[in-house]
Write a protein that binds this ligand. Structure first.
Ligand SMILES: [Zn+2]
Length: 126
């Protein structure tokens, strides 16, 4: 089952099972009658929370709403299929290791044969 991912800074903050996500005609995303919002500022968060509670939706700042794709508040929202392709979802690349001459792959150090089973399969001149 496809889920809607709510992502900030490459981290999935919320996963909403497909049938629970209600995407309104204006693009805003709601779950169980509550809008998904992206707010960093705790003061605005508090104000928005009471606005939601009292259903004063016009008092929620325009840039706090979350819609599919990139949002001005830094939140990205999308279905699994899009999230899989999202650049921020790529696993962190391991820095390519540079080994110099004498590096032994047996003991994983510059042993120059001291370990007795010297494996320098990738000797490069340095
Ligand atoms: Zn060694």
């Amino acid at each position: 089952m496809s889920a809607l991912r709510i992502v900030r800074d490459g981290e999935v903050k919320l996963s909403i099972p497909g049938p629970s996500a209600d995407i309104k005609s204006d693009g805003t995303i709601w779950v169980s009658g509550m809008p998904i919002l992206g707010i960093d500022d705790p003061k605005i968060k508090t104000k928005a929370a009471s606005a939601v509670k009292e259903k004063r939706y016009n008092d929620i700042p325009a840039d706090a709403w979350v819609r599919l794709g990139d949002n001005p508040n830094g939140v990205w929202a999308g279905w699994d299929a899009e999230w899989e392709k999202h650049p921020e979802n790529a696993p962190p690349k391991e820095a390519e290791k540079e080994y110099g001459r004498g590096y032994c792959y047996n003991c994983d150090s510059y042993c120059y044969g001291d370990c007795g089973d010297f494996h320098a399969t990738n000797i490069r001149e340095i």
